[in-house]
Design a protein around this ligand. Structure first.
Ligand code: OAD
Length: 224
């Protein structure tokens, strides 16, 4: 079975900025100020304004051809992206390691729900059930990954014979460990990324192209 691990590079093709590298969000902003629970508690308005901006940007975009190719080939996807574009492209099996920026959850009660307002009606948004502070249901630095996402990822990788590693810098733990896990279980690894990454030495094949061109080349060469 083929499994894809995707990162911000697959969405970069439709104009959603990556985090690192040229034009990366973390070149302009300090992740400690925007993507940690302590930053959120210190200034929820600032953090929500940044998420509101990202949500508005993403809402206008459509999935890339690469998202559609993975969906058409029915390849299960493990993604670090929070933009929901794999689902919008029609992928049925998507494991979200870092959550989803269209979902919110309450810091005060157990409320969790979807919110597609762009811009948000109020910043910061309040819980419809208890009036508490809502946060984006994404994983911030220092927070554990959702247990179910880890379990589902490992289950997929236990049956994986070929892993496509697409558009990730491979620099964020523990997502960056998944290719090692797959390789240890005998999977072949293919990296599709215009740039070298820390994961490159692990790869059986490196396609130094963007996600769409790289996937097309891969599928045409391997007739899958
Ligand atoms: P990064 O921004 O770290 O890396 C993006 C990767 O995409 C780089 O290796 C680029 O070379 C590559 N890339 C750029 N354009 C591409 C294209 N057209 N096709 C294919 N690849 C391309 O993004 P991630 O690895 O996804 O976490 O980052 C991992 C995590 O770091 C994110 O989920 C986020 C961030 O902090 C959290 O917010 C917890």
């Amino acid at each position: 079975m083929i499994v894809a691990l995707t990162g911000a590079g697959i969405s970069a093709e439709v104009g959603i900025p990556t985090f690192r590298g040229k034009g990366g969000l973390w070149n302009k902003e300090d992740p400690k100020e925007l993507a940690t629970l302590s930053a959120f508690l210190k200034d929820p308005v600032k953090v929500w304004k940044w998420y509101d901006w990202r949500r508005s940007l993403i809402k206008e975009k459509h999935p890339s051809e690469a998202h559609h190719l993975l969906a058409r080939k029915k390849i299960p996807v493990i993604t670090q992206n929070v933009d929901g574009l794999h689902q919008r492209a029609g992928s049925e099996q998507v494991v979200e390691l870092h959550g989803n920026l269209w979902r919110v959850r309450c810091l005060n009660c157990s409320y969790k729900g979807w919110n597609y307002d762009t811009p948000l009606k109020e910043v910061p948004p309040k819980c419809p059930e208890c009036g508490g502070l809502l946060r984006p249901d994404v994983v911030w630095f220092g927070e554990p990954l959702p247990e179910e996402a880890i379990r589902e990822s490992l289950e997929l990788l236990n049956y994986c014979s070929l892993m496509l590693v697409i558009g990730t810098s491979g620099s964020v733990y523990p997502a960056s460990q998944l290719p090692y896990y797959a390789k240890e279980r005998g999977a072949k690894l293919v990296e599709i990324n215009p740039e070298e990454t820390p994961l490159s030495p692990l790869m059986d094949l490196k396609i130094r192209k963007g996600a769409t061109e790289g996937l097309k080349e891969f599928f045409s060469s391997y007739e899958l």
